[in-house]
Every structure is written in C-alpha cells, then in structure tokens.
Design a protein around this ligand. Structure first.
Ligand code: CP3
Length: 356
C-alpha cells in the first residue's frame, strides 16, 4: 500500500514523491534529468489521431475515460518522467457561456468575445467543482492506472485566458486585449479577478483528485512589457496560485518571456519555464538558482536530423551543469507534424546523457 507522507506537498504518495520529476521540482539531486514534453499527447501521435477520428476535441476532453487513456498512452509510449492530464486551458471558459469552439484547422474560437464592461459584469462565476468535474474524474482514473510516474494538472493563467476571451481566439498583436487593459482598468481588474478565482478553485480540485504537480500556462504573457505584466497580469497569477505551492509543486510557464523571467518568478512557482529564445544558463540566472527551471529546446529542432537534436539537447544539459532543479522540456508544445521517432529519440537521449 502507498503511504502518505506528511509535511509540505503532503498530497504525494511515497514512491512518486521520490520520482525524478518531483525531486527536480524540489531541487533535489536526481539519478537523471527528468523530461516530459508539453503537448506530448497530440496530433503528431497516430494513437491520438485514431481517437480523434472517432470524436471531436471537446468530446474527447469531456470523456474522462478517453482523456485518461490518451494521457496514459502518450506517457507510456514516450517513456517520459511525468504525464500531463489531457484537457485544455480553455475549458475553464466553457461554463461562462461564451461559445467555446475548436474549429478544425483554425484552433480555438470564442463565438461571443467579451470586450465591453457590461459584458464583463454579466459574466457569472460558476461552481468549478461541478462544471469541471469531468477533468477531476479523468485525473482520478489516470492516477488509479498510471502508478509509475507523477501526473501534472494544469490551468491557463488569467492573462492568457483573458486574451482568448477578449480576442475571440489566438492573436498576433493583442490589440483588443490591451485596449481594454489600458482603456478601462477597473473592468480589466474585475475580469482578471473573476478568472483568478475560477482557476484557483479548479487547481485545488485537481490536487484533491490526485494531481501530483501543477503547471500554470501563461503562454502569451510575453506580449506584455515587463512593466505591464507586473501591473496587469502578475497579481492575478499570484491569486490563481494561492495555496497551491503548499500542496504540490508549481511550474509557471510562459513564452517570449526572456525579459521578464524575474517577474514571473515573483508571481509564483517552484519551477519557472523558459522558451528557446534565451540560453538556459542565462534564464536560470535571471530566475535565480533558488527556483527550478523547465525547458528549453526549440520544438522545431525535433524536425532536424537526430545528430542535431542530440547536439541541441547536450547544449541545454551542459548549461544546466548538473545543478538540481532542471526539468527538460521543449520551450513550447510539440508541433502536429513532428516525427514520433524523433520525440522518442530525445527522451532516450536526455535520459542516457544525463544519467549520473
Ligand atoms: O499533452 C498535453 O500537453 C496535454 C493537453 C493540452 C492541450 N492543450 C491539448 C490540446 C494542454 C496542456 C494544452 C494547453 C493549451 N491549450 C495552451 C497552453 C500551452 C501552449 O501551447 O501555449 C493553449 C494556449 C491552449 C489553447 C489551444 N488549444 C490552442 C491554441 C489549440 C489549437 C492549436 C492546435 O494545436 O491545434 C488548442 C487545441 C488543442 N489542445 C489540441 C490539443 C491536443 C489540438 C486539438 C486537436 O486534436 O485537433
């Protein structure tokens, strides 16, 4: 029987607490550098495409058994050190009734974007325990089956979620988002507070259900100046993470954030994500060595010959210099056309090369 350990991060059962991934989150020495990959369950994988032939992306997310199965299949196929629950950051927006859709080939879209203060005030907070229960069930099913590696739960950060709500989808320049932010700060702060509250209870429930670590995705925070990030986004990310680090390690991730890694660290997290636009050693200095770091291979490197992948991975490992607290990952998610054998090659290579 698994024994529950008391103290900080007390949700974690003994064997997983001693896993390379969780130890690295706590900056303890590990026998090898742990690796997992953002979007490790996705369209580049034939097993995933077979499931998607049968159901839409949202149907798959809502089907706890299928979502657990996709999570476990990807983690086992790759031999990675952690699984991430199959879901999406935008699911939190669905119960707000804004018309969340995933249009084939076009990515996510919000049919009724929220841009004026009246619509923001009309948004009703909802009970995340009830409306997102299918995610917790997927976590429970995954944890019951996948005993060998920890499971990461996740959510989008308030800024990144707000950008989808306001723009109605992905965006290049975030003009509508920044217009609201600058033009009506009170309405902006109300929207961010609403999102932070939903995210915080969602994350606590994921830990209750058995998630062993949490990743907060602030994928688009890098479109902000560091000054605007600190004023308009960071306090709400801190609120979204309230009480979470005390229960499970937190990875705080963003892209294009090379100029604001210190600000992201200040907003919260035990491990800070870095993308490939900054060398890992410089990123770690900016974050501070009293936090872990996750990253930072360019996802497009996986399209290169394996010798190139090996060289790029070695460069990252050398910059980490064996310092405890490095979790190997890409700087952003795996792209749909990525060759699966190259992904497996990377996982094996990082394990072999970092073994100590
Ligand atoms: O394996 C995993 O990493 C877990 C599952 C996961 C998905 N989305 C599944 C998904 C996770 C952690 C996410 C997070 C997510 N979703 C982010 C943050 C990470 C990042 O990439 O910055 C963001 C911004 C989203 C929003 C989102 N969802 C976009 C922009 C897209 C379209 C892009 C694309 O690849 O199609 C999605 C759809 C999505 N989420 C897919 C998957 C596997 C593809 C949907 C499909 O099957 O067609």
């Amino acid at each position: 029987m698994l024994k529950v350990v008391s103290g900080s991060h007390s949700q974690i059962h003994t064997p997983l607490r001693e896993s390379a991934f969780i130890k690295a989150c706590r900056r303890e020495p590990t026998p090898h550098t742990p690796i997992w990959l953002m979007r490790q369950a996705g369209r580049y994988m034939p097993e995933y495409r077979a499931v998607r032939d049968r159901m839409s992306f949202l149907e798959l997310c809502h089907d706890s058994e299928q979502a657990a199965d996709v999570t476990i299949t990807a983690a086992r196929a790759l031999g990675v050190d952690a699984a991430i629950i199959f879901a999406d950051i935008l699911l939190v927006l669905e119960p707000l009734g804004v018309g969340l859709e995933f249009v084939k080939g076009d990515g996510p879209s919000i049919r009724e974007p929220v841009r004026d203060p009246a619509r923001i005030d009309a948004l009703q907070p909802y009970d995340t325990a009830d409306r997102l229960s299918y995610v917790y069930e997927a976590i429970r099913l995954t944890r019951a089956e996948l005993t060998e590696v920890p499971l990461i739960g996740f959510a989008g950060a308030p800024f990144t979620l707000a950008s989808y709500l306001i723009e109605g989808g992905g965006s290049r320049n975030y003009v509508a988002t920044k217009q609201l932010m600058y033009g009506n700060e009170a309405a902006w702060q109300r929207l961010m507070e609403l999102l932070a509250g939903l995210i915080n209870s969602y994350l606590h429930s994921q830990i209750d259900a058995g998630a062993n670590a949490i990743q907060l995705f602030d994928s688009w925070a890098g479109c902000l100046s560091p000054t605007d990030y600190a004023r308009f986004a960071a306090p709400h990310s801190t609120a979204a993470l309230r009480g979470i680090s005390e229960r499970a390690p937190v990875i705080h991730f963003g892209t294009a954030t090379s100029g604001m890694l210190g600000d992201i660290r200040s907003a919260g997290g035990d491990v800070i994500g870095a993308d490939w636009r900054i060398p890992l050693d410089r990123a770690w200095e900016a974050i501070g060595h009293d936090r872990g770091i996750q990253g930072n291979l360019d996802p497009v490197t996986l399209f290169a010959p394996t010798e190139t992948i090996a060289q790029a991975a070695d460069d990252i490992l050398e910059r980490a210099a064996g310092r405890p607290g490095h979790i190997f990952n890409l700087g952003h998610g795996i792209l749909p056309q990525t060759p699966v054998d190259h992904v497996k090659f990377l996982v094996d290579h990082v394990h072999e090369k970092s073994s100590r």
